[in-house]
Design a binder for this molecule. Structure first.
Ligand SMILES: Cc1ncc(COP(=O)(O)O)c(C=O)c1O
Length: 402
């Protein structure tokens, strides 16, 4: 309140009296050790913020859930792309991290994370060369495979490098990649079993379409049905005398469904660390809002223009939020704000129903529509508790989509 008044009346006083000089802020961020000395108001915007209390709560809840259900937790790192968050998850009991792509896995490995599972197939000579190099550093790494030709190429590279690569057969249980469950997957397992350069770790079954199925009962039915085919496939492989210890899958939307499917050994949810608006809309057992995890991720913006009492413009637009969803960012801590895209750099706010006044220079935080691609827009994220900035983490795997 005080800051808003000062901003409106005497901006120079605000800059000199209540804020650190920009160069000092950047120096503090670069050198670290600013805990207790840096406020959210000091940060240049747009900025990606993580509410550390909410993040810790989400991590503790998922870790306790997996422990109680006797399942391993290998959270998907495609959401946060940040080794520091992966380390927090490992400290809470995770066995490692999933990575969507090889380059993401390389970034996690460089950041000190082991127990990596690359959840998409590694196709082509260069990727296979890189996979072998990664396995040399982190031999426990598991690669997904859904095709006999790819398996044969991985085997050849592994033998040439005098390595044994761990592979998981990616099953088609959703609407994307994978080999068909049942006999085709069992045949691939048999082939892999005969290849000296490969070791079958088990199966991956990720049903993305179930993760976001609206309504808890509908989601439970869909996930149970598709995951049953994965469990049957595991049994089929084991009945042929082939060891198949791993069955990994699941998501933020199905973590409390897949955990009760006998045969699952591991969950690989990602979005639960941040929770976005997309996930809030899938519905929970007790109503239309999915409340199992807290919204920890926001984009901090500044009001940079005030065309009228009922309008404001913030400095976050298409380059500050991922825009692949048909709904808008939601202001945190203030009700009734309408948001519309104002182009690459701006968001247009309708304040006619806002629960409080908004002035030029105000800082407004927005909960984001879709977390993974929004994180991918930022080099760093700030961990905050209340108004205090506690940490700055590099989004090391940003842009690592190879
Ligand atoms: C293979 C795989 N596993 C797990 C996840 C995590 O899902 P969620 O972020 O919905 O928890 C994803 C997300 O896209 C994925 O692609």
């Amino acid at each position: 309140m005080l800051r808003r008044t000062l901003f409106g009346l005497a901006p120079a006083l605000v800059m000199a009296g209540t804020r650190r000089p920009w160069k000092e802020v950047e120096r503090m961020i670069e050198t670290g050790g600013f805990k207790g000395r840096l406020s959210v108001d000091d940060l240049p915007t747009p900025a990606l913020l993580v509410d550390l209390d909410a993040l810790d709560w989400n991590i503790a809840k998922m870790a306790a859930h997996c422990k109680q259900k006797g399942l391993a937790l290998r959270p998907h790192g495609k959401t946060h792309k940040c080794p520091e968050i992966a380390k927090k998850l490992v400290a809470a009991g995770a066995v490692g991290a999933c990575a969507a792509k090889l380059s993401e896995a390389e970034a996690f490995a460089k950041g000190g994370i082991g127990g990596l599972l690359v959840t998409t197939a590694v196709i082509g000579q260069h990727k296979i060369e890189r996979a072998a190099a990664l396995a040399r550093i982190k031999p426990e790494t598991i690669l997904c495979v859904d095709n006999p030709r790819n398996a044969a190429e991985l085997d050849e590279a592994a033998r040439a490098a005098k390595l044994r690569l761990n592979v998981a057969i990616d099953l088609y249980v959703g609407n994307r990649t994978g080999i068909k469950t049942g006999a085709p997957a069992a045949a691939l397992a048999k082939e892999i079993d005969g290849l000296k350069g490969l070791k079958l770790a088990g199966l991956q079954a990720y049903a993305g379409h179930a993760a976001h199925r609206n309504g808890f009962e509908a989601r439970r039915e869909l996930s149970r049905n598709v995951m049953a085919t994965a469990v049957e496939t595991k049994k089929l492989i084991e009945a042929a005398g082939i060891a198949c210890p791993l069955l990994t899958g699941g998501s933020t939307g199905t973590y409390n469904i897949d955990c009760d499917i006998a045969g699952m050994t591991e969950l690989q949810p990602g979005s639960f660390v941040f929770m976005d608006i997309d996930y809030a809309r899938i519905g929970g057992p007790d109503g239309p809002v999915y409340k199992d995890f807290r919204h920890s991720l926001t984009v901090l913006t500044t009001v940079v223009s005030k065309p009228s009492d009922a309008e404001a413009v913030v400095d976050g637009g298409l380059k500050a939020f991922s825009t692949d969803k048909p709904f808008m960012p939601i202001a945190k801590g203030i009700e009734g704000i309408g948001f519309a895209w104002g182009g690459d750099e701006h968001g247009k706010l309708n304040l006619s129903k806002a629960s409080r006044a908004v002035a030029l220079g105000d800082r407004l935080e927005f909960v984001i529509p879709h977390c993974d691609p929004t994180v991918n827009l930022y080099d760093r994220m700030f961990g905050v508790r209340g108004q205090q900035v506690e940490t700055c983490w590099a989004v090391t795997a940003r842009g690592m989509s190879q």
